[in-house]
Design a protein around this ligand. Sequence first.
Ligand SMILES: Nc1ncnc2c1ncn2[C@@H]1O[C@H](COP(=O)(O)OP(=O)(O)OP(=O)(O)O)[C@@H](O)[C@H]1O
Ligand SMILES: O=P(O)(O)OC[C@H]1O[C@H](OP(=O)(O)OP(=O)(O)O)[C@H](O)[C@@H]1O
Ligand SMILES: O=C(O)c1cccnc1
Length: 479
Amino acid sequence: MITNSPLQTDLYQLTMAAAYWQAATAEQESVFHLFFRRLPFKGGYAIAAGLEPALEWLESFRFGTAELDYLAGLKTKAATPLFKEEFLGYLGDLRLKLDIDAVPEGELVFAHEPVLRVQGPILHAQLAETALLNILNFQTLVATKAARVCHAAARSPVVEFGYRRAQGPDGGYSASRAAWIGGCTGTSNVLAGQRFGIPVLGTHAHSWVMSFDDELEAFERYAEAMPDNSTLLVDTYDTLKGVDHAITVARKLREKGHELNGIRLDSGDLAWLSQQARAKLDAAGFPDVKVVASNDLDEHIIESLRHQGARIDTWGVGTNLVTAADQPALGGVYKLAALRKADGSWQPRIKLSEQTAKSSIPGRLQVRRFESEGMLVGDAIYDVDRSISGEVEIVDPSDPIRRKKIAAGTVYKDVLQPAMKAGARVFAPEPLAAARERCQAALAKLHPGILRLANPHSYPAGLEQGLYQERERLLASFR
Ligand SMILES: Nc1ncnc2c1ncn2[C@@H]1O[C@H](COP(=O)(O)OP(=O)(O)OP(=O)(O)O)[C@@H](O)[C@H]1O
Ligand SMILES: O=P(O)(O)OC[C@H]1O[C@H](OP(=O)(O)OP(=O)(O)O)[C@H](O)[C@@H]1O
Ligand SMILES: O=C(O)c1cccnc1
């Protein structure tokens, strides 16, 4: 795995840092927000993930001798040093003094809402941008994909099998973590098991069967070695004969006081084969032997298989989950939203765009999430420096005609929680299971129409009316 380094950044962050330092604006107090503009997978929600590794990165931020020596060796086209020695001395002493307010891991997040609010000296906030985006974009994407896959599987377990096809060692490692937050039951990735406490699960490969002259012998030898942990892969030659061989082994195991765990299907028509396999296992007296299926599964195939009446108990999902194959990047951005003036007040900053919806949201933002009768009813992005109370009107920044009024007195919580103050953690790292539970609890509060995979209802998340007007005013001032 990559060890944390302050060089996990784009060169322009360091050249800007040098320029802030030279311009004597490095200490200018600023606020940035990390957010995305569109929900991934054309879905109705996203699941925030990656905060803990992001905090670890921020905490470990130090330029040591090796990093400074490397930067000292960088040259311009004119063969002069890119960075002044004095600036490198400044970097050597630099400790990030940022305040971080964040959406907790496993919590729901919607388009335009800050996943993180980063406040502190602008040079510090700038040096954190690239690593924060890298960590949060990917883990949020995979946690969301996992939540979709698990939703398709209804209550049956989904095991993440993706490490071999993930985007490199670190991609696979982060993906196992995020997939568990999003709802997977376990992973085949042993390192993720050790580091994060995720249950490790698995069957065996085709190579095991191919290493013997016949399949029955292969199954018998495996069951001898793993009498209480055998799920036999039955599709190497002829799947239904493979099921018969597995039943023979299940009988022998039972004679010795053990039970076969399951069989795995990895090719062919998984709906039909699972029904045939279930019928054979039940008829032979093995109703508790599970049918596991794998083979390029994703949420859409799983949903289709369930509608076809497939008798699959456990789903093994690799490639499409850990690579988020249908949308390989989230597109989260990190935008400056406010600067503190000499008198202590905050001055909003906005990035303009041709499309109003793509212009950034100014201010120091928080998200108020409203709930009625146990279900979420809407999110209002508001500026913490403008109080909101009474009836709240939410305006969709992509389509201002879409508005929703939330009655005064509706139950709410503010979603962003303090995570760091002046570079120090506010809370001890939580067990990963807490994020997973938070995710399950949050999804249970979403209307089924929003959870739907295809063409979901859109959850009312947008700008609180006062913030919307302030943004319009700022936009108009530039026109
Ligand atoms: N009943 C089904 N309905 C929808 N999709 C299915 C069904 N059964 C299998 N699939 C999916 O179809 C895709 C391709 O399966 P296909 O049968 O073409 O290849 P395969 O069985 O892997 O072939 P091979 O023997 O070469 O491994 C996989 O993504 C698989 O999950
Ligand atoms: O299809 P995915 O969702 O990515 O799930 C993981 C796949 O990896 C394994 O295949 P592989 O051919 O690598 O090894 P095997 O010989 O054990 O089947 C396994 O059998 C699954 O098909
Ligand atoms: O244990 C398994 O069955 C497994 C593990 C990784 C990839 N495919 C399958």
